[in-house]
Design a binder for this molecule. Structure first.
Ligand code: GDP
Ligand code: MG
Length: 430
């Protein structure tokens, strides 16, 4: 039995995710014999691909992610003539281990949790692809049969994302204080829990990976459950998350106790008070400290009393590691059906969407010096094939201003004939 890792969190990487830009819409006219300018047939640009993070069982580390590298989804293709729409950019799916916590680097510093991918197949979209721009065929109206304008594709979102891999405990060790839970965890894995000397056991579960043959499971000490846990004292989110998600429990009992079976019954009663779902998880009972002569002397008697209440007790010494390997092998066996369920995707999978900045589609008008500035994201992306000087194009842009209600806003702001108005790269006189 070798050990793999120690500590609670053992992998963390910060990356940048960039969704694909939308493709530009096309300005195009049908070519017909004897008709110099046929009907407009510019297709729309394709939407950019999203960046998605997904938990997969085949992935076990975050090591393949390069810190601060930019991971990009594909851009949408540009629209073309004959109303051919551009192809949608392909999504970029980044696969991470089950148990990866995804957070977002906020502008003011600090992280904000986005998703806790603790189920197989669970996914979260972390950057939304830009919308494809409209082709000129979109701008046809009864009064404008030959629009010269189209819309540029929208930029894809870009976010700084932090991936943190957390082990999720498959197995929890429960039992009274001082029965040897920390010692057992240390004996079975490379975890380094505080042993005995600590008056207040930590409220964060200490985890370690246990290797049995070629398989591994994650073992956690469930500390302090018995003293006051059901009173809700000091149990953090992390703690609950782990204990609730454990599949089976190792119930450790001190062999030198006056009444080992009574200990077991009491701990189970406490467990039931804390959370009855926990009390129903399968338990492996192990009597510890069999290296002590007084325990060894009554080992047969102890096994016997457990048998009488219908329990087979394992005998171990966490201190000398006697029997620990056998206990871990048995634990793996009991776990197997649970693992199979996981591989088959027995759990319900959810998909989350993360949008730190809601898409801005609103329009507004403000004055800078003697120029009226129009903020209209949809309009700013409109590009004119022939430049804004063409009166035909200007007229078409004005039509869009009216459609978006910007005209009214400009008038409200006090625009007068001859004033300069600017929207994105377009500038004109009122
Ligand atoms: N003799 C002996 N002492 C042990 C064994 N396991 C743990 N101990 C001791 O029991 C005390 C409590 O152990 P600890 O692992 O901190 O218990 P916990 O409170 O259940 O986590 C410590 O002094 C350990 O050294 C064992 O197998 N044999
Ligand atoms: Mg302990």
């Amino acid at each position: 039995m070798a050990s793999l890792s120690k500590g609670k969190m053992f992998d963390r990487v910060e990356i940048v995710v960039k969704a694909g830009n939308g493709g530009d819409g096309a300005v195009s006219f049908r070519r017909e014999k004897f008709v110099p300018l046929g009907g407009p047939d510019g297709g729309d640009g394709g939407d950019g691909g999203d960046v998605i993070i997904m938990a997969k069982s085949a992935v076990t580390t975050l090591r393949r992610f390069e810190p601060r590298r930019k991971y990009r989804a594909a851009d949408g293709m540009v629209g073309r003539g004959s109303k051919k729409h551009g192809k949608r950019g392909e999504d970029l799916i980044l696969t991470v281990p089950v148990g990866t916590v995804v957070s977002y680097k906020t502008q003011i510093g600090g992280d904000a949790l986005i998703a806790d991918l603790d189920q197989l197949g669970q996914q979260v979209m972390v950057a939304k692809g830009g919308k494809g721009g409209f082709g000129n065929s979109h701008y046809v109206s009864s009064t404008n049969q030959a629009p010269q304008i189209a819309q540029k594709g929208e930029a894809g979102e870009e976010n700084s994302i932090i991936l943190e891999m957390r082990l999720i405990a498959d197995v929890g060790i429960i039992g009274y204080p001082n029965v040897g839970k920390s010692t057992l965890l240390a004996a079975a894995s490379a975890a380094k829990p505080k042993i005995a000397s600590y008056p207040f056991t930590t409220r964060e579960p200490v985890l370690g990976a246990v290797e049995v043959g070629r398989q591994t499971f994650v073992l956690a000490e469930i500390p302090g459950l018995i003293d006051d846990a059901h009173l809700g004292r000091g149990l953090g989110h992390d703690f609950l998350r782990h204990i609730v998600r454990t599949k089976i429990l190792i119930h450790l009992i001190d062999g030198s106790s006056a009444s080992p079976v009574e200990d077991m019954v009491r701990v189970n009663a406490e467990l039931n008070l804390f959370d009855s779902a926990l009390a129903h998880k399968p338990q492996l009972v192990a009597v510890n400290k069999i290296d002590l002569p007084e325990v060894r002397a009554r080992l047969i008697e102890i096994k016997d009393v457990f048998n009488r209440v219908g329990t087979t007790a394992f005998c171990v010494s966490a201190a000398t590691k006697e029997g620990v390997s056998e206990l871990m092998s048995e634990t793996m066996k009991v776990l197997e059906p649970f693992n199979r369920l996981r591989q088959e995707g027995g759990e319900k999978v959810t998909k989350k969407v993360f949008r730190p900045r809601p898409r801005d589609t609103g329009t507004s008008v403000h004055k800078e010096g003697d120029t009226f500035i129009v903020a209209a994201p949809e309009l700013e992306r409109i590009v004119a094939r022939t430049g804004v000087t063409n009166p035909e194009v200007r007229w078409q842009i004005k039509r869009q201003l009216i459609r978006l209600g910007v005209n009214k806003a400009l008038e409200k702001a006090g625009v007068k004939p001859g004033d300069k108005v600017r929207c994105g790269t377009l500038e004109w006189e009122w």
